[in-house]
Each structure stands twice: as C-alpha cells, then as structure tokens.
Write a protein that binds this ligand. Structure first.
Ligand SMILES: Cc1cc2nc3c(=O)[nH]c(=O)nc-3n(C[C@H](O)[C@H](O)[C@H](O)COP(=O)(O)OP(=O)(O)OC[C@H]3O[C@@H](n4cnc5c(N)ncnc54)[C@H](O)[C@@H]3O)c2cc1C
Ligand code: SF4
Length: 328
C-alpha cells in the first residue's frame, strides 16, 4: 500500500474542499476502496472520511423514497418503506455480500464499487485497459467465465458487480450529486457508463463530487417488484446472472414493466427490449420467453461465458414468472 494522509470531513464544505485535492478519494464503509488500496489498484494521496456527514436518512418524500448515500446496506434492506414500496431493492441488498459487509458498507459506495474482474485486481500487473489504459484486455482471450455478455467493447468485458445498482436501474432511481459548483440530479441509468474505448471511465461523477442521496420514485411497478440472483453458491457471492423486475397488472394485462439485469452487463443493464415486449400483453410463460429472447438478442459471449446467454434468459423468465404469480 502506498502512503496516504487521512482526514475526517466535519461537514459538506469541508469534504468538498478536501475531496477537490489532486489524488483525493472519499471513503465511506471502506469495503471496496481499502481492498483496492491494499493491492495498489487505487493509490489515493488523500483519503477523506465522509462518515460524519448527515447523509444517512431513509425517508418518504414527495413522490417517492429518498435514501441517503451514507445509509448502510443492512439498514436500507430492513427499512419498512423500502420493503413496502421497492421490495426489489431490499431483496437485492439482502442477496449481496455478507451481514458484516452490509453493516459496514454504504449505498453510495455500493453504486461506486469497481469490477471484480481478476485481471483488474491482479498483483502481477497483467494487461488491463481499465487499470492501465491502452495496455490491452487480458479477459478477452483469458479467464472470462464471470464476464459480461451485454454492453461489452473490444477494450473491456468486465461486469458491473453491484446488485443494488441493478434494482435501482430497474426502478428509475435518480442520484443527487453535490460538488463545488452545487447540486445536480443524474438518473442512475446515465450514471454508469459503457466501457467503449475508455473503460477507465466508469461513471458520471466528477472528481471531488459526492453522491448525497438516491431517490426512488413511487410507482405500482416498484411496489410489485422483486430481485432474483443466480450465483455459484448460495451466499457471499457475486451474480452470474440476476434480474430486477417490476410489473403493474391491470385486469390481467401488463400495464407497465420494469426490467434490469445484473451479472451480464458492463453496466447495470436496463432491459428496454424486454419491457417493450411485455407491456400491453397478458402474462404467460411464452410471453416471458419472448421478452427474454428480445433482450438477449444482442448478447455476445467470449468463450467461457457463453453459457450466460441462456442463463440470463432463464433467470429473467423465472423472475417474471415468480412475480406474476397466479397471473401467468
Ligand atoms: C467479499 C465481498 C463480497 C461482496 N459481495 C457483493 C455482492 O454480492 N453484491 C454487491 O452488490 N456487492 C458486493 N460486495 C461489494 C460491497 O457491497 C461494496 O464493497 C460496498 O457496497 C462498498 O461500499 P462502501 O461504503 O464500503 O464503499 P467504499 O469502499 O468506502 O467506497 C467505494 C468507492 O465509492 C466512493 N464513494 C463512497 N461513498 C461515496 C459518496 N457518497 N460519494 C461519492 N463517492 C463515494 C469511494 O471514493 C470509493 O471510490 C462485496 C464485497 C466484498 C469485499
Ligand atoms: S475485462 Fe476490463 S477490467 Fe478485465 S482485464 Fe479486460 S479491461 Fe481489465
């Protein structure tokens, strides 16, 4: 680990001033950034502890729920507002990491966590365009069983690892960001970036900007939503494929649908083609298969991860079938 200095921010102005310094990085739960510092992937010169800021509330606001960026994963998962109005978020959190990690880790940090691609975290410094732009991508012809099949580029095929990000992408969440120039709102769908030719650019946050909160709009499809995660072992494991789904049913017809997928995309993958296939139709197994086929048409495997194309389809069909219940 490289030497760094450490400061505890007393208030937002203090955090923004410290965070604006060259080489500064914020730390919340530290469960991702400290890991990456230990293997020298992250080498901040200044670590700014933001845990003293008042961004921990989970509250009902006009039109939805506002979750403070420093709220802990376990507190959000257990909160009645989240369980009632956006169960997919609670379920996604409870299927993430371990109880100890969920007690320590924050919502903002979760959305900002970096990929688990082993080459990215590799101590022997194998080529990796995300860690060392222009060096190449070791996963393209290497170990890529866990890698993405949607949104990939010839420069990077790493998955986005967050379960929460998939649930909030399905439910049209909006992030509030605060920087030296003031506050701005960014839909979570625009927050995470596709790798393209610049996989080192992962999100829309500017240097020194803070995520202060996440807004979840209230909607019938959010209240009837769920999260299904398929992984190699039953707990403490990242997704091979996952689906966050929300359905509003009206007299046996799907009035609105929200679908996002995890474990398969280079960013939390909003499945608009699947949604289009579902809306206005009566729920049925055939329909769910057609929706999954429509979304996965664009998927591309890289050898070891070819199986994810079929797995993602089955995950989506099962998530929709379970959610539609007797309606299907
Ligand atoms: C063994 C293990 C298993 C895991 N399994 C899963 C899993 O199954 N599913 C899953 O989703 N996650 C999983 N995780 C990841 C875990 O959920 C994240 O490490 C955690 O959510 C990060 O939150 P944190 O508060 O600790 O972030 P930190 O490590 O403190 O920060 C992470 C990044 O976010 C930035 N940051 C933090 N807060 C803010 C803010 N408010 N504004 C701007 N930037 C900010 C930091 O600067 C840093 O770059 C796992 C982690 C481990 C170690
Ligand atoms: S997939 Fe992305 S993170 Fe992994 S080695 Fe390739 S460039 Fe690096």
């Amino acid at each position: 680990m490289q030497p760094f200095d450490f400061a505890r921010a007393k208030d937002v102005d203090n955090a923004l001033a410290a965070g604006a310094k060259q080489g500064a990085k914020f730390v919340a739960g530290g469960t991702n950034v400290v890991d990456l510092m230990k293997c020298n992937v992250e080498q901040p010169a200044h670590l700014v502890d933001i845990n003293g800021l008042a961004f921990g509330a989970i509250e009902a606001v006009n039109g939805g729920i506002r979750i403070g960026a420093l709220a802990r994963m376990s507190d959000v998962a257990a909160h009645p507002l989240v369980q009632d109005r956006a169960p997919a978020i609670s379920q996604a959190l409870l299927l993430s990491a371990s109880p100890q990690l969920r007690n320590a880790a924050s919502i903002g940090g979760n959305l900002m966590q970096r990929t688990r691609c082993t080459y990215f975290r590799e101590l022997t410094w194998t080529p990796c365009n995300k860690r060392n732009p222009g060096s190449g991508c070791s996963a393209l012809d290497g170990e890529n069983r866990m890698h993405a099949i949607l949104g990939t580029s010839e420069h990077c095929i790493a998955t986005h690892p967050s379960d929460l990000a998939v649930a909030v992408a399905a439910l049209d969440a909006v992030l509030t960001l605060r920087g030296p120039a003031g506050e701005r709102q960014v839909p979570v769908l625009d927050f995470h970036l596709l790798p393209g030719a610049t996989p080192q650019r992962e999100h829309a946050l500017k240097h020194g900007e803070l995520i202060t909160s996440v807004f979840i709009p209230d909607a019938p499809h959010a209240r009837r939503s769920s999260y299904l995660k398929v992984r190699d072992r039953a707990s403490y494991e990242f997704a091979l494929a996952s689906a966050a789904v929300g359905l509003e049913l009206d007299g046996g017809t799907i009035r609105s649908a929200r679908v996002a997928m995890g474990g398969v995309g280079t960013k939390p993958w909003r499945a608009k083609a699947a949604e289009q296939a579902l809306v206005g139709q009566r729920p049925s197994t055939d329909l769910f298969h057609r929706a999954a086929d429509a979304e996965l048409k664009a998927a591309r495997g890289h050898g070891q991860n070819d199986f994810k194309i079929e797995l993602a389809k089955r995950t989506l069909v099962r998530a929709l079938t379970d959610l539609a219940g007797g309606a299907a």
